[in-house]
Structures are given as structure tokens and as C-alpha cells.
Ligand binder design. Sequence first.
Ligand code: AMP
Length: 284
Amino acid sequence: MSVAIVRSLSTLRSVVTRWKRAGETVAVVPTMGALHAGHLSLVRTGRKLADRLVVTLFVNPKQFNNPDDLANYPRTENDDAVKLGPLGVDVLYAPDATTMYPEGFATTVSVTGVSEGLCGAHRPGHFDGVATVVTKLLMQTGADIALFGEKDFQQLHVIRRLVRDLDIPVEIRTCPTVREPDGLALSSRNARLTDEQRKTANALAQILYASANRLTAGEETSAVLPGARAALLKAGFASVEYLELRAENDLRPLERADVLSRLLAAVWLNDVRLIDNMPVQPST
Ligand code: AMP
């Protein structure tokens, strides 16, 4: 049995109001659909944390800086609803673009600082789009808890910042990245990889993992990252957009892992862009 789909904001609001009047807590998992086991881990965690669970499905045009990426983004709503059926999801909120951005919509939520560099430097407007839609989804659902994946690590920082700055009464919870057995981080965009590209793609996680180990052992980024970049190109990636060590708590750039850190990368395989990140334990 698939989950009940709600498309209108007024229906969503009346359902959530009923729950809240009964004293129930609400969790939300925002997604762009094409659900995979990474999304489902957020859903399973959310199920345990609140009385009610809303999953949102909206392919947000404002966060796509590349029109081809938006056009090619996988859309599998019926399958998504079926996957959510057995997981105890109360509502799948799947608004259309005019519900989210009606005629005359003119507001942008823009987070500075943590949104700069990394993906922010290469995808102009992307984090404004993310911040705007996430703010709306949090206000629309009135959720007490919202769940996001570490897979999109910079996004997580942007969301934490906007929730604090705008006093949105929601607790942000995170889930670790779910991976294929060979290490590739699950992503809706993986569906666009050819068989050959899929074989190349696993090198990203492997090279990040090996580099993270060297950084934990105390080597500096200048000794580790140029070789890792070369290894990514040799493995078959067309280009490396960024490969950087940042502090886990505030994303400041680091030369060595003297605090808990993250190694973050974005690479291209033909026209498919993959991102990944790994925790780097502090070197002692
Ligand atoms: P998306 O549909 O790509 O916007 O992702 C929706 C949510 O799922 C975001 O919070 C992502 O960080 C999270 N997510 C995406 N891929 C994974 C993964 N492989 N493991 C865990 N969470 C993920």
C-alpha cells in the first residue's frame, strides 16, 4: 500500500493542526524524490523520533543552477509513494511549483558564510534556492524535528544557520551517508550513470577514504590532496571541481586535521556531477 499524497498547503495545514491539537509531535524529511536507501534511512530515523512523519517531495527549480540538470532530474513519484508505504509515513507532501512559488513570489532566503566556497562557489544561487525552499517546508509543515543527510554536508550547515538565524522552532537531526557496497554514496543522480561510469564512480569514495586516513595520520593537505586530485583524474573523472579539508563544526578551511574535520569533494563524470564527503578524525 502506498502512502497518502497531499498536494495542497491547506490540506497539509489542517492535518498537521489536528495532530498538534492532539499533542502529537511531527518530524519531516524533505526530499526531491527518486528515493533510495539514503532517503529511507532518514525516514526510518524520523519514524522513531516523532509521533507523526511527513516526507516532502518537491524538485525545487530554484536550487538548480543548470537547466539540463533540472530537466534530467529523475522523477519517480509513484515508486516513491510505494517505497514509503511500509515505513509508517503519515503523509507524502508533494506540492506543485505554483503551490510553492505562486504568481508574484518575491522572497529569497540567503545565508552567507557557510554557503560560500565548495558547492556555493560552483553552483551560483544553489544555496539560496535550498535555503528558501527548506524555510518554506519547515514553516508549511510546522515540524518539531527535521532530518537531513550528511551526504550534503555544506547544505546541512546552511540549514542549521538559517534555523538559528530565523528562530524557526525545529530541531535538526542528521543521518550518516548510506553507501553502495563498493563505497559509492547513494544519490538520485547515480541513476544517470552508464555502466562504465558507475565502475569509475566508486573511485571517489575510495580515494576520499585513503586521503582521510593520511590526513588523520598527520599529513598536511599540501602533501595529500594534489595526489588525490591526480588519482581522481586517472581513475576517469573528467574534472575535479573541488577537493578540500574543512572543519566539521564551521567549515573553515584547514591545512591539517588538527580538529575533527571533513574532506569534501565534487567531481564530474561526463555531464553527471557527484559529491561526497568523509569525516576526518583529528590527528594526534
Ligand atoms: P535529495 O532528495 O537529494 O534532496 O536529498 C534529500 C535528503 O536525503 C537530504 O537531506 C540528503 O542529504 C539526504 N541524502 C541524500 N543521499 C543520501 C545518502 N546517500 N545517505 C543519507 N542521506 C542522503
